[in-house]
Design a protein around this ligand. Structure first.
Ligand SMILES: NC(=O)c1ccc[n+]([C@@H]2O[C@H](COP(=O)([O-])OP(=O)(O)OC[C@H]3O[C@@H](n4cnc5c(N)ncnc54)[C@H](OP(=O)(O)O)[C@@H]3O)[C@@H](O)[C@H]2O)c1
Length: 311
């Protein structure tokens, strides 16, 4: 399998750590990494974007200006020049065919290896018609990739970003009220991984020998129940937290009253508990003995426990 020229699509929250780690390994593997970003992003004067572009330049990766919303024929002519494409676009323009369009262009361009943007939960166990309608397109992409053999593919299942467990918008931990609100039940589990670990492990999986192909690789920083999360929070804060439960009925009613709410869709999926966790000892990182960040370690480092505040 040739992995000599790799195109990474996007360099956001997930893409940057992926690129950092690919770039590091690329030097040893005689591989050139190119990052596709919109022209306006590459030339942006906005502080964060400019800092990220400077970092990419310092990493020695090539920058390629293009917009993925361009017609497919333009994407095909770009993708043709690469052995492998790693998509870190996020949901891009949302539902409505963006992920499928990218996958089709990758296949038409004859790219040898594709890592689609599927860094999330187990869409197959969750199935079609779930609360999160954009998951159906992720399943369409899987069907398309499986329907052919010319392009080898790798899907990396990561669970949720670890930070989400603690972020106020997700409604699980309320530091002011001292409440841990379980989604589904106290014994419902969730697998979480930090973007930094996803970046590290994506690069490991990319360059793994023998080459990984046509596989779904499960990774994880932690698999934790909401009851265990409550214990972690009490132990780090030294304070008592009340454990409450938003059961499936409550989560369903929440969503019914606000059916387009992206976070409520996710809360409903996580409350259901199917496809959102896997046993830690089945993960690629566990089996390879690669250390990842647990929920406790993440919280210890990123939360101001003296104020008991998420920041
Ligand atoms: N498992 C999880 O829980 C999980 C996994 C992945 C992502 N997420 C969440 O989902 C959100 C997305 O994260 P992310 O890193 O995947 O995405 P992101 O931070 O939004 O980054 C997306 C990247 O793709 C680029 N991009 C988007 N549309 C493009 C287009 N049409 N043409 C060229 N480039 C384009 C963006 O460039 P611009 O700067 O030009 O927009 C950006 O570099 C984050 O809030 C993250 O927390 C969660």
């Amino acid at each position: 399998m040739e992995n000599k020229s790799v195109l990474v699509l996007g360099a956001g929250e997930l893409g940057l750590p992926v690129i950092r780690n690919l770039a590091q390994k690329a030097k040893k593997n005689n591989t050139i990494i190119t990052v596709l970003l919109r022209h306006a992003t590459i030339e942006s004067e906005e502080f964060v974007k400019k800092r990220n572009i400077d970092e990419l330049k310092a990493l020695g990766v090539e920058l390629l200006a293009a917009d993925l919303s361009a017609p497919s024929s333009e994407l095909v002519s770009i993708f043709k020049n690469f052995d492998a494409v790693v998509s870190c676009t996020g949901y891009g323009s949302g539902a409505g065919g963006f992920q499928l369009k990218l996958a089709r262009a990758v296949l038409e361009a004859g790219v040898k290896r594709y890592f689609p943007w599927q860094f999330g939960v187990d869409f197959e166990i969750i199935g079609r018609g779930s609360a999160q309608d954009i998951f159906d397109e992720q399943l369409d992409v899987r069907e398309l990739l499986r329907s052919q053999s010319a392009t080898k593919w790798v899907i990396i299942s990561t669970g949720m970003f670890t930070s989400y467990l603690f972020e106020p918008f997700f409604g699980v931990v309320d530091f002011d009220k001292k409440v841990v609100n379980a989604l589904g039940s106290l014994d419902t589990a969730v697998t979480v991984t930090t973007p930094e670990d996803i970046g590290r492990l994506t690069a490991e999986i990319f360059f793994e020998e023998p080459v990984i192909e046509n596989s779904i690789v499960y990774i994880g920083g932690d698999t934790i129940t909401y009851r265990q999360l409550g214990d972690v929070i009490e132990s780090l804060s030294g304070q008592k937290f009340e454990c409450t439960v938003s059961d499936l009925e409550e989560l369903g009613n929440d969503l019914k009253s606000d059916p387009t709410n992206f976070v409520k869709k996710y809360r409903s999926i996580f409350g259901d508990g199917r496809g959102v966790s896997w046993k830690f000892n089945t993960t690629f990182n566990f089996q390879k003995g690669i250390k990842t960040t647990s929920a406790r370690e993440w919280a210890e480092k990123n939360i101001d426990w003296s104020l008991c505040n998420y920041f």
